[in-house]
Design a protein around this ligand. Structure first.
Ligand code: PLP
Length: 398
Protein backbone atom coordinates (compact mmCIF):
# COMPACT_ATOMS: atom_id res chain seq x y z
CA UNK A 1 0.00 0.00 0.00
CA UNK A 2 1.62 3.23 -1.22
CA UNK A 3 -0.01 5.27 1.53
CA UNK A 4 1.98 3.48 4.23
CA UNK A 5 5.01 5.48 3.10
CA UNK A 6 5.58 9.02 4.35
CA UNK A 7 4.55 11.79 1.92
CA UNK A 8 8.13 12.66 0.89
CA UNK A 9 8.95 9.03 0.09
CA UNK A 10 5.74 8.68 -1.89
CA UNK A 11 6.87 11.54 -4.14
CA UNK A 12 10.41 10.20 -4.37
CA UNK A 13 9.11 6.75 -5.34
CA UNK A 14 7.30 8.07 -8.42
CA UNK A 15 8.76 6.93 -11.71
CA UNK A 16 8.12 9.88 -13.99
CA UNK A 17 10.35 10.39 -17.00
CA UNK A 18 10.12 11.64 -20.58
CA UNK A 19 9.96 9.78 -23.89
CA UNK A 20 13.78 9.72 -24.23
CA UNK A 21 14.31 8.66 -20.64
CA UNK A 22 14.74 12.32 -19.67
CA UNK A 23 14.83 12.36 -15.86
CA UNK A 24 12.67 15.48 -15.85
CA UNK A 25 9.57 14.65 -17.90
CA UNK A 26 9.48 16.66 -21.13
CA UNK A 27 7.29 19.74 -21.24
CA UNK A 28 4.31 19.16 -23.51
CA UNK A 29 4.22 22.45 -25.35
CA UNK A 30 0.92 21.91 -27.16
CA UNK A 31 -2.60 23.18 -26.77
CA UNK A 32 -4.11 20.35 -28.81
CA UNK A 33 -3.30 16.70 -29.56
CA UNK A 34 -3.67 14.70 -32.73
CA UNK A 35 -5.38 11.31 -33.15
CA UNK A 36 -4.66 8.61 -35.71
CA UNK A 37 -8.17 7.21 -35.40
CA UNK A 38 -11.36 9.25 -35.11
CA UNK A 39 -12.84 6.63 -32.77
CA UNK A 40 -10.10 7.27 -30.16
CA UNK A 41 -11.00 10.97 -30.14
CA UNK A 42 -14.60 10.04 -29.45
CA UNK A 43 -13.56 7.80 -26.55
CA UNK A 44 -11.27 10.53 -25.19
CA UNK A 45 -14.18 13.01 -25.21
CA UNK A 46 -16.20 10.53 -23.17
CA UNK A 47 -13.27 10.15 -20.75
CA UNK A 48 -12.87 6.48 -21.67
CA UNK A 49 -9.44 6.47 -23.37
CA UNK A 50 -6.67 5.99 -20.82
CA UNK A 51 -3.48 7.97 -21.53
CA UNK A 52 -4.98 10.01 -24.39
CA UNK A 53 -4.95 13.78 -24.36
CA UNK A 54 -7.44 15.97 -26.13
CA UNK A 55 -6.90 19.63 -25.40
CA UNK A 56 -4.76 21.33 -22.76
CA UNK A 57 -7.63 23.10 -20.96
CA UNK A 58 -8.81 19.60 -20.11
CA UNK A 59 -5.51 17.77 -19.49
CA UNK A 60 -1.92 18.23 -20.52
CA UNK A 61 0.76 15.56 -19.87
CA UNK A 62 2.99 18.03 -17.99
CA UNK A 63 0.06 19.01 -15.76
CA UNK A 64 -0.74 15.33 -15.24
CA UNK A 65 2.79 14.61 -13.95
CA UNK A 66 2.46 17.40 -11.38
CA UNK A 67 -1.10 16.38 -10.48
CA UNK A 68 -0.01 12.76 -9.96
CA UNK A 69 2.84 13.87 -7.71
CA UNK A 70 0.45 16.03 -5.65
CA UNK A 71 -1.98 13.11 -5.36
CA UNK A 72 0.96 11.04 -4.06
CA UNK A 73 1.79 13.79 -1.55
CA UNK A 74 -1.78 13.88 -0.26
CA UNK A 75 -2.60 10.18 -0.57
CA UNK A 76 -5.58 10.98 -2.81
CA UNK A 77 -6.72 9.05 -5.87
CA UNK A 78 -6.28 12.07 -8.13
CA UNK A 79 -5.55 15.78 -8.43
CA UNK A 80 -5.93 18.63 -10.92
CA UNK A 81 -3.70 21.70 -11.16
CA UNK A 82 -4.91 25.26 -11.67
CA UNK A 83 -3.48 28.62 -12.68
CA UNK A 84 -3.82 29.98 -9.11
CA UNK A 85 -4.82 28.99 -5.61
CA UNK A 86 -8.02 31.02 -6.01
CA UNK A 87 -8.71 29.08 -9.23
CA UNK A 88 -8.53 25.86 -7.20
CA UNK A 89 -10.65 27.14 -4.31
CA UNK A 90 -13.40 28.67 -6.44
CA UNK A 91 -13.69 25.71 -8.85
CA UNK A 92 -13.65 23.17 -6.03
CA UNK A 93 -16.52 24.89 -4.26
CA UNK A 94 -18.60 25.76 -7.32
CA UNK A 95 -18.51 22.13 -8.45
CA UNK A 96 -20.31 21.11 -5.26
CA UNK A 97 -22.97 23.79 -4.83
CA UNK A 98 -26.04 24.92 -6.72
CA UNK A 99 -28.14 28.03 -6.33
CA UNK A 100 -30.06 27.70 -3.05
CA UNK A 101 -27.32 25.72 -1.28
CA UNK A 102 -25.41 26.66 1.85
CA UNK A 103 -21.75 26.60 2.98
CA UNK A 104 -20.36 26.67 6.52
CA UNK A 105 -16.90 28.24 6.63
CA UNK A 106 -14.24 29.19 9.11
CA UNK A 107 -14.49 32.93 9.73
CA UNK A 108 -10.70 33.18 9.51
CA UNK A 109 -9.47 32.35 6.04
CA UNK A 110 -7.26 34.00 3.45
CA UNK A 111 -8.82 37.39 2.52
CA UNK A 112 -9.50 36.40 -1.11
CA UNK A 113 -11.37 33.29 0.00
CA UNK A 114 -13.30 35.36 2.53
CA UNK A 115 -14.27 37.86 -0.20
CA UNK A 116 -15.39 35.04 -2.54
CA UNK A 117 -17.58 33.54 0.17
CA UNK A 118 -18.89 36.84 1.51
CA UNK A 119 -19.30 39.00 -1.61
CA UNK A 120 -19.32 36.73 -4.66
CA UNK A 121 -21.34 33.60 -3.86
CA UNK A 122 -24.45 35.52 -2.68
CA UNK A 123 -24.80 36.72 -6.33
CA UNK A 124 -25.73 33.11 -7.14
CA UNK A 125 -28.05 32.71 -4.13
CA UNK A 126 -25.52 30.58 -2.27
CA UNK A 127 -25.72 31.31 1.45
CA UNK A 128 -22.61 31.21 3.66
CA UNK A 129 -22.34 31.00 7.47
CA UNK A 130 -19.07 32.15 9.08
CA UNK A 131 -18.17 30.33 12.30
CA UNK A 132 -15.30 29.92 14.73
CA UNK A 133 -13.95 26.67 13.27
CA UNK A 134 -12.48 25.60 16.63
CA UNK A 135 -15.96 25.63 18.14
CA UNK A 136 -17.23 22.29 16.85
CA UNK A 137 -20.63 22.84 18.47
CA UNK A 138 -21.01 26.09 16.52
CA UNK A 139 -19.98 24.34 13.28
CA UNK A 140 -22.63 21.64 13.72
CA UNK A 141 -25.26 24.16 14.79
CA UNK A 142 -24.66 26.19 11.62
CA UNK A 143 -25.45 23.21 9.39
CA UNK A 144 -28.77 23.37 7.52
CA UNK A 145 -30.56 20.77 5.37
CA UNK A 146 -29.12 22.52 2.27
CA UNK A 147 -25.49 22.65 3.54
CA UNK A 148 -23.14 21.09 0.99
CA UNK A 149 -19.68 22.20 2.18
CA UNK A 150 -17.74 22.75 5.38
CA UNK A 151 -14.76 24.90 4.41
CA UNK A 152 -11.61 25.59 6.37
CA UNK A 153 -7.84 26.04 6.22
CA UNK A 154 -5.65 23.45 7.95
CA UNK A 155 -3.90 26.30 9.75
CA UNK A 156 -5.86 29.49 9.23
CA UNK A 157 -4.52 32.68 7.69
CA UNK A 158 -3.39 34.75 9.56
CA UNK A 159 -4.60 33.70 13.03
CA UNK A 160 -2.90 30.27 12.87
CA UNK A 161 -5.89 28.48 14.34
CA UNK A 162 -5.53 24.74 13.69
CA UNK A 163 -8.58 22.95 12.27
CA UNK A 164 -9.55 19.65 13.92
CA UNK A 165 -9.81 17.84 10.58
CA UNK A 166 -10.96 14.41 11.89
CA UNK A 167 -13.70 16.02 14.03
CA UNK A 168 -14.85 18.29 11.19
CA UNK A 169 -14.89 15.30 8.81
CA UNK A 170 -17.12 13.43 11.25
CA UNK A 171 -19.58 16.33 11.27
CA UNK A 172 -19.44 16.56 7.47
CA UNK A 173 -20.09 12.84 7.05
CA UNK A 174 -22.95 12.88 9.55
CA UNK A 175 -24.69 15.67 7.61
CA UNK A 176 -23.85 14.38 4.16
CA UNK A 177 -21.67 17.30 3.14
CA UNK A 178 -18.06 17.62 1.99
CA UNK A 179 -15.15 18.90 4.05
CA UNK A 180 -12.80 21.06 1.94
CA UNK A 181 -9.44 21.98 3.49
CA UNK A 182 -6.97 24.54 2.14
CA UNK A 183 -3.60 23.05 3.15
CA UNK A 184 -1.45 25.89 1.76
CA UNK A 185 0.31 26.56 5.10
CA UNK A 186 1.15 22.93 5.93
CA UNK A 187 2.18 20.76 2.96
CA UNK A 188 4.05 17.58 4.08
CA UNK A 189 3.09 18.40 7.69
CA UNK A 190 -0.62 17.56 7.33
CA UNK A 191 -2.43 15.37 4.81
CA UNK A 192 -6.05 16.53 5.18
CA UNK A 193 -7.59 13.75 3.06
CA UNK A 194 -5.83 11.09 5.09
CA UNK A 195 -7.26 12.77 8.20
CA UNK A 196 -10.79 12.51 6.77
CA UNK A 197 -11.27 15.59 4.55
CA UNK A 198 -12.92 15.01 1.16
CA UNK A 199 -10.93 17.58 -0.82
CA UNK A 200 -7.51 19.16 -0.21
CA UNK A 201 -6.75 22.49 -1.84
CA UNK A 202 -3.55 24.39 -2.45
CA UNK A 203 -2.13 27.65 -3.46
CA UNK A 204 1.04 26.11 -4.95
CA UNK A 205 2.32 29.69 -5.17
CA UNK A 206 3.52 29.35 -1.56
CA UNK A 207 5.55 26.57 0.09
CA UNK A 208 4.98 23.87 -2.54
CA UNK A 209 6.72 25.85 -5.27
CA UNK A 210 8.76 27.91 -2.83
CA UNK A 211 10.45 30.16 -5.41
CA UNK A 212 7.95 33.01 -5.71
CA UNK A 213 8.26 32.87 -9.50
CA UNK A 214 4.68 31.92 -10.34
CA UNK A 215 1.08 31.62 -9.20
CA UNK A 216 -0.57 28.18 -9.23
CA UNK A 217 -3.02 25.95 -7.38
CA UNK A 218 -4.27 22.39 -6.97
CA UNK A 219 -7.35 20.34 -6.10
CA UNK A 220 -6.78 16.84 -4.66
CA UNK A 221 -9.60 14.31 -4.20
CA UNK A 222 -11.25 11.17 -5.51
CA UNK A 223 -11.11 10.05 -9.16
CA UNK A 224 -14.84 10.74 -9.49
CA UNK A 225 -14.62 14.26 -8.10
CA UNK A 226 -11.62 15.24 -10.25
CA UNK A 227 -13.35 13.74 -13.31
CA UNK A 228 -16.47 15.78 -12.50
CA UNK A 229 -14.40 19.01 -12.43
CA UNK A 230 -13.19 18.44 -15.98
CA UNK A 231 -16.36 16.99 -17.45
CA UNK A 232 -16.80 18.64 -20.86
CA UNK A 233 -20.52 19.26 -20.23
CA UNK A 234 -20.67 20.61 -16.70
CA UNK A 235 -17.21 20.51 -15.10
CA UNK A 236 -16.43 23.82 -13.39
CA UNK A 237 -12.69 23.63 -14.10
CA UNK A 238 -13.28 22.68 -17.74
CA UNK A 239 -15.86 25.42 -18.30
CA UNK A 240 -14.29 28.28 -16.32
CA UNK A 241 -10.86 27.27 -17.63
CA UNK A 242 -8.25 28.24 -14.98
CA UNK A 243 -5.67 25.88 -16.49
CA UNK A 244 -1.99 25.94 -15.49
CA UNK A 245 0.64 26.51 -18.15
CA UNK A 246 2.68 23.29 -18.74
CA UNK A 247 6.01 25.14 -18.44
CA UNK A 248 5.00 26.14 -14.93
CA UNK A 249 3.82 22.62 -14.09
CA UNK A 250 7.22 21.35 -15.07
CA UNK A 251 9.10 23.85 -12.89
CA UNK A 252 6.78 23.33 -9.90
CA UNK A 253 7.23 19.55 -10.16
CA UNK A 254 11.01 19.93 -9.85
CA UNK A 255 10.57 22.15 -6.79
CA UNK A 256 8.13 19.67 -5.23
CA UNK A 257 10.99 17.19 -4.91
CA UNK A 258 12.77 19.43 -2.36
CA UNK A 259 9.64 20.35 -0.41
CA UNK A 260 10.33 17.97 2.50
CA UNK A 261 13.77 19.49 3.15
CA UNK A 262 12.48 23.03 2.82
CA UNK A 263 9.51 22.47 5.16
CA UNK A 264 11.81 21.08 7.84
CA UNK A 265 14.06 24.14 7.62
CA UNK A 266 11.16 26.64 7.48
CA UNK A 267 9.68 24.98 10.59
CA UNK A 268 12.97 24.85 12.47
CA UNK A 269 13.64 28.55 11.80
CA UNK A 270 10.07 29.58 12.68
CA UNK A 271 10.24 27.65 15.95
CA UNK A 272 13.55 29.34 16.81
CA UNK A 273 12.14 32.84 16.18
CA UNK A 274 8.83 32.09 17.95
CA UNK A 275 10.72 31.09 21.11
CA UNK A 276 12.92 34.21 20.90
CA UNK A 277 9.90 36.53 20.46
CA UNK A 278 8.28 34.88 23.46
CA UNK A 279 11.40 35.24 25.62
CA UNK A 280 11.53 38.92 24.61
CA UNK A 281 7.97 39.40 25.92
CA UNK A 282 6.37 39.98 22.48
CA UNK A 283 2.92 38.47 21.92
CA UNK A 284 3.57 35.63 19.47
CA UNK A 285 1.29 33.07 17.86
CA UNK A 286 2.88 29.84 16.59
CA UNK A 287 1.33 26.34 16.80
CA UNK A 288 4.73 24.92 17.81
CA UNK A 289 4.68 26.77 21.13
CA UNK A 290 3.18 24.75 23.98
CA UNK A 291 0.97 27.71 25.01
CA UNK A 292 -0.72 27.87 21.57
CA UNK A 293 -4.33 26.74 22.16
CA UNK A 294 -4.10 24.15 19.35
CA UNK A 295 -0.59 22.86 20.07
CA UNK A 296 -1.76 19.41 21.22
CA UNK A 297 -4.27 19.10 18.39
CA UNK A 298 -1.55 19.91 15.86
CA UNK A 299 0.76 17.32 17.45
CA UNK A 300 -1.97 14.68 17.13
CA UNK A 301 -2.48 15.32 13.41
CA UNK A 302 0.96 16.28 12.06
CA UNK A 303 3.73 14.28 10.49
CA UNK A 304 6.47 14.72 13.12
CA UNK A 305 9.37 14.98 10.63
CA UNK A 306 8.37 18.35 9.21
CA UNK A 307 7.72 20.57 12.24
CA UNK A 308 4.92 23.06 12.89
CA UNK A 309 5.24 25.13 9.72
CA UNK A 310 6.98 28.29 8.60
CA UNK A 311 4.41 30.93 9.51
CA UNK A 312 4.15 32.85 12.78
CA UNK A 313 2.45 36.06 13.85
CA UNK A 314 3.50 38.71 16.36
CA UNK A 315 1.45 41.48 17.89
CA UNK A 316 3.02 44.94 17.77
CA UNK A 317 -0.27 46.40 19.13
CA UNK A 318 -0.56 49.36 16.73
CA UNK A 319 -0.30 49.64 12.96
CA UNK A 320 2.34 52.38 13.27
CA UNK A 321 4.68 50.25 15.42
CA UNK A 322 4.18 47.30 13.05
CA UNK A 323 4.90 49.49 10.02
CA UNK A 324 8.07 51.00 11.53
CA UNK A 325 9.39 47.58 12.57
CA UNK A 326 8.74 46.10 9.10
CA UNK A 327 10.50 49.01 7.37
CA UNK A 328 13.52 48.67 9.66
CA UNK A 329 13.65 44.88 9.19
CA UNK A 330 13.64 45.28 5.43
CA UNK A 331 16.53 47.80 5.59
CA UNK A 332 18.51 45.48 7.91
CA UNK A 333 18.13 42.54 5.51
CA UNK A 334 15.84 40.36 7.67
CA UNK A 335 13.65 39.81 4.62
CA UNK A 336 11.11 41.62 2.47
CA UNK A 337 8.02 43.64 3.37
CA UNK A 338 5.78 41.72 1.00
CA UNK A 339 2.59 39.67 0.97
CA UNK A 340 2.62 35.93 0.26
CA UNK A 341 4.49 33.17 2.02
CA UNK A 342 6.55 30.05 1.56
CA UNK A 343 9.51 31.80 -0.08
CA UNK A 344 13.17 30.98 0.65
CA UNK A 345 13.58 34.50 2.06
CA UNK A 346 11.58 35.76 5.02
CA UNK A 347 8.48 37.78 4.08
CA UNK A 348 6.47 39.91 6.47
CA UNK A 349 3.31 41.98 6.20
CA UNK A 350 0.66 43.58 8.35
CA UNK A 351 -2.26 41.23 7.70
CA UNK A 352 -5.06 43.66 8.59
CA UNK A 353 -3.98 46.11 5.88
CA UNK A 354 -2.86 43.55 3.29
CA UNK A 355 -3.82 39.88 2.86
CA UNK A 356 -6.85 40.24 5.16
CA UNK A 357 -7.86 43.75 4.07
CA UNK A 358 -11.00 42.23 2.46
CA UNK A 359 -12.19 41.39 5.99
CA UNK A 360 -13.93 44.43 7.57
CA UNK A 361 -12.04 45.87 10.57
CA UNK A 362 -14.78 45.07 13.11
CA UNK A 363 -14.72 41.42 11.98
CA UNK A 364 -10.89 41.43 12.17
CA UNK A 365 -11.14 42.50 15.83
CA UNK A 366 -13.85 39.85 16.43
CA UNK A 367 -11.42 37.22 15.04
CA UNK A 368 -8.81 38.48 17.51
CA UNK A 369 -6.66 40.06 14.77
CA UNK A 370 -4.78 43.05 16.22
CA UNK A 371 -4.17 46.09 14.00
CA UNK A 372 -0.47 45.63 14.84
CA UNK A 373 -0.30 41.95 13.75
CA UNK A 374 2.73 41.11 11.62
CA UNK A 375 2.65 37.78 9.82
CA UNK A 376 6.07 36.29 9.17
CA UNK A 377 6.74 33.61 6.61
CA UNK A 378 10.13 32.53 7.89
CA UNK A 379 12.73 31.80 5.23
CA UNK A 380 15.42 29.16 4.87
CA UNK A 381 18.11 31.24 6.63
CA UNK A 382 21.19 29.20 7.42
CA UNK A 383 22.11 31.42 10.40
CA UNK A 384 18.76 32.09 12.05
CA UNK A 385 20.49 33.37 15.20
CA UNK A 386 21.95 36.19 13.11
CA UNK A 387 18.43 36.90 11.76
CA UNK A 388 17.14 37.13 15.32
CA UNK A 389 19.96 39.56 16.24
CA UNK A 390 18.91 41.77 13.32
CA UNK A 391 15.25 41.66 14.39
CA UNK A 392 16.21 42.49 17.97
CA UNK A 393 18.28 45.47 16.80
CA UNK A 394 15.23 46.77 14.88
CA UNK A 395 12.92 46.28 17.88
CA UNK A 396 15.36 48.12 20.18
CA UNK A 397 15.23 51.13 17.86
CA UNK A 398 11.41 51.45 18.07
C1 PLP B 1 -4.10 30.18 2.55
C2 PLP B 1 -4.21 30.72 1.16
N1 PLP B 1 -5.02 30.10 0.29
C3 PLP B 1 -5.17 30.56 -0.96
C4 PLP B 1 -4.49 31.67 -1.41
C5 PLP B 1 -4.70 32.14 -2.84
O1 PLP B 1 -3.70 31.64 -3.64
P1 PLP B 1 -3.24 32.32 -5.04
O2 PLP B 1 -2.67 33.65 -4.70
O3 PLP B 1 -2.24 31.34 -5.56
O4 PLP B 1 -4.44 32.43 -5.90
C6 PLP B 1 -3.62 32.33 -0.56
C7 PLP B 1 -2.88 33.52 -1.04
O5 PLP B 1 -2.27 34.25 -0.30
C8 PLP B 1 -3.48 31.85 0.78
O6 PLP B 1 -2.67 32.45 1.65
Amino acid sequence: MANKKDPATRIQSLLQFGEYGDVNPSVTDSATFTFMQAKTMLETFKGEAEGCFLYSRHWNPSNKYLADALAALEGTEAAWVTASGMGAITCAMLQLVNSGDHIVTSRTTYGGTYAFLKNYLPKFNIEVSFVDISNLGAVEKAIQPNTKIIYTESVTNPMLQVSDIPALAKIANKHNCKLLVDNTFTPMILQPNELGAHVTLYSLTKFVNGKNDCVAGAICGTNDYIASLIDVNDGTAMLLGPVLDPFRSSSILKNLHTLHIRMRQHSENAMFLAKKFKEAGIGVCYPGLSDHPDHDLMKKMMHPDFGFGGVLAIDMKTFDRAATLMEKMEMEGVGYLAVSLGYFKTLFSNSGKSTSSEVPEDIQREMGMSEGLIRFSVGLDHDIENTWNLIQKCMNEL
